[in-house]
Design a protein around this ligand. Structure first.
Ligand code: NAP
Length: 311
């Protein structure tokens, strides 16, 4: 049995290896996704105790939440899953914008509950900050939803340090989700010390830098999805990143573990982090990432990995 961990000050108890479900029905992010493969990833996760599922309105849009809702319904055991979802996107004719207004958030939660076919969301994040809403007002709306039992915990994502401080004026923020991986470590500077002081847990997204940190790509790799726009994959940066990955390959080899698991295990040694949400395209990847829990890192290995990726 996997030892469950508590996410920060919440009462959520989860497998430290969660599942980021942006490729479950995330047709707007990845071309040619098979929806049944998406449902299968959710089933595989829950069958193997990967109980923390991370989704959002914008994955699909809507389809990721809907497919997760279908699987929850088919299994009939809502309490086996800890569901985190997010909203803020408003789709317009010219693209998208963000809304954090109380009215928007209240409606967004009601709609997400419908898509997920549930009467509560374990963790609801404001996905991105808008420019106009005071952040304590936005979080105040989530507190009302929490008091009404529609959401259990409050999160914010992609907020600046100042926005987070404003959002947490009344101490209501439970979880912060932000970009963090060995190639993107800005969060360590200001954010981690603030979060530690407030006992807010940090959930890193892009833990594998969209697959780059698994060590499976070489410099000739090409991509036809969201990776084309990510800084890690741009010419010059991509090659430099691959060189860093090669420098930690011997550590994985000497331990007889996969590079992906070495990297994921390293995040779980960070004080700010309780749970990680690697994404996947196939059930095998979801299950494979659970092997991270078998990786024990020595202090020397932790420091070596740290040094290679110091920016
Ligand atoms: P990621 O976790 O860094 O990378 C996941 C990708 O790596 C998979 O889709 C798969 O892609 C590859 N992979 C996964 N496990 C592997 C394994 N064991 N061996 C080899 N390759 C493996 O990136 P992400 O999925 O974009 O991010 C994780 C989650 O964070 C998302 O699902 C989403 O829930 C969340 N997120 C949140 C935000 C936000 O704004 N809050 C933004 C982005 C993501 P390939 O097989 O195609 O290589």
């Amino acid at each position: 049995m996997t030892k469950l961990v508590q996410i920060g000050k919440t009462d959520l108890r989860v497998n430290p290896i969660g599942f980021g479900a942006n490729a479950v029905g995330g047709h707007n992010l990845y071309p040619n996704l098979d929806e049944e493969a998406g449902r299968d990833m959710v089933r595989a996760a829950l069958n193997h105790g990967v109980n923390f599922l991370d989704t959002a309105f914008i994955y699909g849009p809507k389809r990721s939440e809907e497919l997760i809702g279908e699987v929850l319904k088919e299994r009939g055991n809502r309490s086996e899953a800890v569901i985190a979802t997010k909203a803020a996107h408003v789709l317009t004719d010219d693209g998208e914008k963000f809304d954090n207004s109380p009215a928007f958030l209240k409606n967004a939660v009601d709609e997400a509950l419908g898509r997920l076919q549930t009467d509560y969301i374990d963790l609801f994040y404001i996905h991105f900050p808008d420019e106009q809403t005071p952040k304590d007002e936005a979080v105040g709306a989530l507190k009302e939803l929490k008091d009404a039992g529609k959401i259990r915990h409050i999160g914010v994502s992609n907020f600046s340090h100042d926005q987070l401080k404003e959002a947490n004026k009344d101490g209501y923020v439970d979880v912060f989700q932000g970009e963090y991986n060995l190639l993107a470590r800005d969060a360590e500077k200001e954010l981690f010390p603030y979060l530690a002081g407030k006992n807010i847990s940090f959930v890193p997204y892009f833990p594998l830098a969209s697959g780059l940190l698994t060590g499976k790509y070489d410099k000739n790799a090409t991509f036809d999805d969201l990776r084309n726009g990510l800084p890690y994959f741009q010419k010059g940066a991509f090659e430099a990143n691959l060189e860093k990955v090669d420098q930690i390959r011997p550590i994985a080899e000497s331990k007889g573990v996969e590079l992906a698991h070495l990297v994921l295990a390293w995040y779980l040694t960070r004080d700010a982090i309780d749970v990680i949400i690697p994404g996947a395209k196939r059930s095998e990847q979801v299950l494979n990432n659970v092997k991270t829990l078998d990786v024990q890192l020595t202090q020397e290995e932790i420091s070596k990995i740290d040094q290679v990726f110091q920016q």
